[in-house]
Design a binder for this molecule. Structure first.
Ligand code: SF4
Length: 454
């Protein structure tokens, strides 16, 4: 007897299926293929949970229907009981209808109209199309279950909030009324859900080719599996805009050499010709000019920062980059062995490392030194934010900003280009092409420029 296929859908499966029906099918019928782990998703998931729990404070004294350790049926029964008991606010209320199971982040009873308000919490900073599909699927299931929904809101992070003292959740979050958009989606959503159920009934993998949907709105888990047939040096390795790569792909153009060269802009033409001919470029006068613009002592500076949706300290906005580490290599003269200095914040919760870091940095980087970074915009913005935060250190920090020079420039302008860089000038592309050994990476890259310039 043929086993009947499960067509059950959760909210996340619905969203996966709306992005690509093949991804939904593969989720339920995993391919015999080793997919690489994606640890960043776990970190995002944990951050999302933290944001969701904090947002519950917008409607305090609610009762939660836990997910962990409770079977779906028990979650549904618990929700039903809370509704019947007159509970005003329910966190993670659970509903199922038509084979779709959803949990609502915050469900608020509107006592005057005997209806309910849906609040979906997101850690983003604006309302996105995919969020509207998310809320629409909750609205669909809840109304099918017989609830009247008076309003639906998308609650997201307000990135203009700056923390002062205790977290102010009313300021940290912004709720936008998305009722009209969600209601408008209902008719189409019913059809889409039917398509998704039909997809899950299929015995064989749906024949859906790769497309822009592989990376938007999310990067799909199955890219390594579905993109196996794309060779190295394909049209998808082409940098820059102005080329509809999927339009070419659907015409059978896959390899770089198959692209009509006349359709490319000068930078793309440069990339394609360099790759196909394995051709390097060295603009000696320009490299010499760059090397001569630097002076000693020369400090190679590299910050590490973290950013979180919930500002951890005073004076920090959501997603503001907070420096917690720097690496500094100081050369007293050209070709000299660098001395290494480093700041690493103590790993303790609620410790704001910025003052300590700024003071140590000023003590270690001589006022007159050349400060060499890779992609100066980032290091400059960190230094400027520190200067804004600590007015008494501002002059010293801004002096270091004035002395910043950018090691990325010769590569961005292609004064030195190796065909292995594949049109990129990021440190990740430049390093392996120039100096595969990773120690003193920026010192070594400058060393290569110096050797070329001699
Ligand atoms: S990689 Fe692309 S085609 Fe494959 S399942 Fe994902 S979205 Fe669909």
């Amino acid at each position: 007897m043929t086993k009947r296929k499960s067509t059950g859908l959760s909210k996340s499966l619905v969203l996966k299926g709306l992005q690509c029906r093949k991804a939904l099918w593969l989720k339920k019928n995993p391919p015999d293929f080793d997919l690489p782990p994606r640890p960043e998703l776990e970190a995002r998931f944990a951050a999302g949970n933290e944001v969701g729990e904090l947002a519950q404070q917008l409607f305090p004294a609610g009762i939660e229907v836990p997910y962990a350790g409770l079977p779906f049926a028990a979650q549904l029964a618990r929700t039903k009981q809370l509704i019947e008991n007159g509970t005003k606010v329910i966190y993670e209320a659970s509903f199922s209808r038509g084979g779709v199971f959803v949990k609502v982040d915050i469900l608020v009873r509107d006592e005057f109209t005997n209806s309910w308000q849906i609040y979906e919490v997101k850690m983003g900073t604006s309302v996105k199309e995919i969020n509207l599909d998310d809320v629409a699927s909750q609205y669909h299931v809840l109304t099918q279950c017989g609830l009247t929904i008076s309003a639906a809101y998308l609650t997201h992070i307000n990135n203009r909030y700056k923390r002062h003292g205790e977290l102010d959740v009313q300021q940290l979050f912004r709720s936008e009324d998305v009722t009209a958009e969600v209601v408008e989606r209902q008719e189409q959503l019913a059809e889409q859900l039917e398509q998704l159920r039909n997809t899950l009934r299929l015995d064989d993998e749906p024949t859906i080719d790769i497309g822009p949907w592989c990376t938007a709105p999310f990067e799909c888990d199955y890219i390594p599996y579905c993109w196996q047939h794309i060779p190295n040096n394909s049209i998808f390795d082409l940098r820059g805009r102005g080329i509809n790569k999927f339009a070419y792909y659907h015409q059978g153009v896959v390899k770089l050499e198959e692209l009509p060269i006349a359709a490319l802009n000068p930078a793309q033409r440069f990339q394609v010709e360099a790759t196909l001919n394995k051709q390097d470029t060295t603009d000696l006068p320009a490299i010499r000019e760059f090397v001569d613009s630097l002076w000693y002592p020369l400090c190679h500076l590299d910050f590490e920062t973290f950013d979180t949706p919930i500002p951890p300290f005073d004076g920090v906005r959501p997603y503001q980059k907070v420096p917690f580490q720097y690496s500094l290599h100081i050369q007293q003269q050209a070709g000299a062995e660098p001395s290494h200095y480093e700041y690493l914040a103590a790993a303790s919760a609620n410790f704001d490392p910025r003052r300590e870091l700024a003071e140590q940095l000023i003590a270690e980087i001589p006022a007159e030194a050349c400060v060499l970074t890779y992609n100066q915009a980032f290091e400059k913005s960190v230094l400027r934010e520190l200067a804004e935060l600590f007015p008494d250190l501002a002059d010293a920090l801004l002096l270091r900003v004035d002395n910043v020079r950018d090691l990325m420039v010769p590569f961005k302008k292609r004064h030195l280009y190796r065909w292995q860089m594949a049109g990129s000038y990021s440190i990740k592309a430049v390093l392996p092409a120039l100096v595969p050994e990773l120690s003193y990476k920026m010192v070594r890259v400058l060393g290569v420029l110096r050797e070329v310039a001699v």
